[in-house]
Unconditional design. Structure first.
Length: 373
């Protein structure tokens, strides 16, 4: 029988359904101040989980990034260092402020920003660095924080895919001045669409609460520029109960990633993902590389895996600096980010969510063995 192994599978149970129905039966689907009862409950629980003082819920991960950059007062004439090997919203949020995204290259083993490349990109205009924890593995935060301290630059952790990831025992969200998370439909825990910003500074948390509601102050008029980035009570109710499940979901993914790696090791040119010493991967995406592969060869392989019932996706192609809008707007040359461009040609992600078992992974390994010579 043909398999149907999907890449993502939300884990929604009775608690989530009852909480959402409870909100729907009540009077407040979204609190107009942005700080409804469930939003507050979710924020408190999320801050405690991460190990920071404050969390501010917003409507998406992209909204979280944009709000964080607005808080950092990033704007026209400024530069923000970002990786290109990530989802487009990383650069988009920067462009929306009027600042220029400056792309730095990645470490080819971890797919996260290479601190050396970051250092080379710093100028007198650099206002912030946005390290992305790609696929759920944290970036080299200590080195990046060191560069930021030296040059007095803001650090905004882009932890959209990294709920529960750790570096030296501290969670994603505790290293930057601010950190942004996503609860979109592809996240390990989801609210459909949703985001969160974490920080240890009370003034930042209060400013972000204002930014998410049009920059309103105490009297409901705009004290600063903001946006409508409120999280709904429906989403927050869902998120609160999803968060209770996060440790269990991460454990399942961890176990699955270990099984997959042990089955894939030794298959021709396939390079399984790494978890360097001191790091705890969140495995929100299990991504392998076809060593030395050309883009056409990788794409054919992905098509064949999908045809065999193994949902396989490529994150990220093209990398952001090669996308038409960014190339045109910033006059970017191809081959300016060699590690990013090679990864973009060679990687693909395989399913590893909590709903899969050993049989599924054996099937995946068997297909891959057959397809890769
Ligand atoms: C790397 C990366 N960037 C940005 C986002 C954007 O988040 P959202 O879809 O919530 O706006 C995501 C979401 O998963 C992501 O993984």
């Amino acid at each position: 029988m043909r398999k149907n192994i999907q890449m993502f599978q939300p884990s929604i149970g009775r608690e989530e359904v009852e909480a959402v129905v409870g909100v729907l039966r009540g009077k407040t689907l979204t609190d107009e101040t942005g700080s409804g009862a469930y939003v507050k409950k979710f924020e408190e629980a999320y801050a405690k989980y991460v190990g920071v003082k404050y969390a501010v819920a917003v409507s998406s991960g992209t909204a979280a990034l944009h709000a964080a950059l607005m808080l950092a007062d990033v704007g026209s004439g400024d530069e923000v260092i970002v990786p290109s090997f990530t989802q487009t919203s990383t650069a988009e949020a920067v462009a929306l402020t009027g600042a220029k995204p400056v792309f730095a290259d990645i470490n080819p083993k971890t797919y996260c920003l290479d601190p050396k490349s970051v250092e080379e990109k710093v100028t007198s205009k650099t206002r912030a660095i946005v390290p992305v924890h790609v696929y759920g593995l944290m970036a080299e935060m200590e080195e990046i924080n060191e560069i930021a301290r030296e040059h007095d630059i803001f650090v905004i952790e882009h932890a959209c895919q990294a709920h529960g990831a750790e570096l030296k025992g501290s969670k994603a969200g505790t290293y930057g001045d601010l950190a942004c998370f996503s609860f979109n439909a592809l996240s390990v825990i989801t609210t459909g669409e949703g985001g969160m910003i974490t920080t240890n500074r009370r003034d930042y948390a209060e400013e972000l609460q204002s930014i998410r509601v049009h920059g309103f102050g105490r009297y409901g008029s705009s004290e600063r520029l903001g946006h409508n980035y409120k999280m709904t009570e429906v989403a927050a109710a869902l998120g609160y109960y999803q968060l209770q499940k996060l440790p269990r979901l991460l454990e399942a993914r961890r176990k699955n990633a270990q099984i997959l790696t042990s089955l894939l090791e030794g298959i021709g040119r396939l390079v399984p993902p790494e978890e360097p010493p001191g790091y705890r991967h969140a495995w929100s995406l299990y991504t392998v590389r076809l060593r030395g592969g050309k883009v056409g060869e990788r794409n054919k392989l992905v098509l064949k895996l999908n045809a065999s019932g193994i949902q396989t996706k490529v994150f990220y192609q093209p990398p952001i600096h090669m996308a038409p809008y960014y190339r045109r707007k910033y006059g970017i040359r191809p081959r300016s980010q060699p590690n990013t461009e090679a990864a973009s040609r060679q990687v693909f992600s395989l399913p590893c969510h909590q709903g899969l078992g050993e049989e599924d992974f054996k099937y995946m390994a068997q297909k891959l063995k057959k397809l890769i010579r």
